[in-house]
Design a protein around this ligand. Structure first.
Ligand code: HEC
Length: 106
């Protein structure tokens, strides 16, 4: 009986560990998803490192210091030659893109 109890506690701890580590993994998955989307949708105009190509450089502190909400809105609505992605990307995909753009600020 005592042994069974120990195994249960052990399994419980493993479960907690699994839950904790999968939420860490989700963070880097967002980043990877954002990078993939960026390469597919954005790099033609902004360059694959955000250095600028046919559209302006966006790896720029003046842009990366803007709040998430503002970046999200801009990607959703576009303007001044920037296409609107509100219809072609899901809100969570736009979030992944913001996570990816943020990774340049580090
Ligand atoms: C057809 C070319 C084109 C594509 C594709 C494009 N952009 Fe842009 N983007 C622009 C242009 C042009 C501007 C400049 C708008 C301005 O000066 O206000 C811009 C501006 C921006 C800005 C800066 C906004 C600011 O505050 O100054 C961000 C951030 C941005 N784009 C992100 C993205 C992301 C993310 C994608 C991919 C989902 C993307 N862009 C795809 C043309 C493009």
């Amino acid at each position: 009986m005592k042994k069974v109890f120990k195994i249960t506690i052990f399994n419980f701890l493993i479960l907690i560990l699994l839950i904790a580590s999968s939420s860490f993994a989700a963070g880097s998955d967002d980043l990877k998803a954002g990078e993939k989307l960026y390469k597919r949708k954005c790099s033609v105009c902004h360059g694959d490192q955000g250095q600028g190509a046919i559209a302006k450089k966006i790896k720029d502190p003046a842009i990366l210091n803007k709040p998430d909400e503002e970046l999200r809105k801009f990607i959703t609505n576009g303007g001044n030659g920037m296409p609107a992605y509100g219809k072609t990307l899901k809100p969570e995909e736009i979030d992944y893109l913001v996570v990816f753009l943020r990774s340049w600020a580090k």
